[in-house]
Design a binder for this molecule. Structure first.
Ligand SMILES: N[C@@H](CCC(=O)N[C@@H](CS)C(=O)NCC(=O)O)C(=O)O
Length: 81
């Protein structure tokens, strides 16, 4: 399943979640939401996998993505809408 590392305080993360919801994507069904706030285990995964301390971050198999607009485009293509 697509993994989205997010931080509740982050407006770019909020934008991604809103877009996913507008596409009809469901957390826990179409993607997994993981806490990527500073100091969390999720943030460690973000840094180790992508090399940057930044959220939102998407992991889908070998696909890794940091830019919220790229993530939204990727979800839209995956969702086919
Ligand atoms: N260009 C990125 C910007 C993302 C961004 O600036 N995220 C901030 C949080 S809102 C961040 O991760 N800052 C580093 C940190 O929190 O440690 C995007 O559009 O997704």
């Amino acid at each position: 399943m697509i993994q989205l590392y997010l931080w509740a305080n982050c407006p770019f993360c909020q934008k991604v979640v809103r877009a996913a919801s507008d596409m009809g994507l469901k957390e826990g069904v179409d993607y997994a939401e993981i806490d990527g706030a500073p100091g969390t285990p999720g943030r460690e995964v973000v840094e180790k996998t992508g090399g940057k301390a930044m959220v939102p971050f998407l992991i889908d198999g070998d696909v890794h993505m940091y830019e919220s607009d790229d993530i939204i485009d990727y979800l839209r293509n995956k969702a086919g809408r």
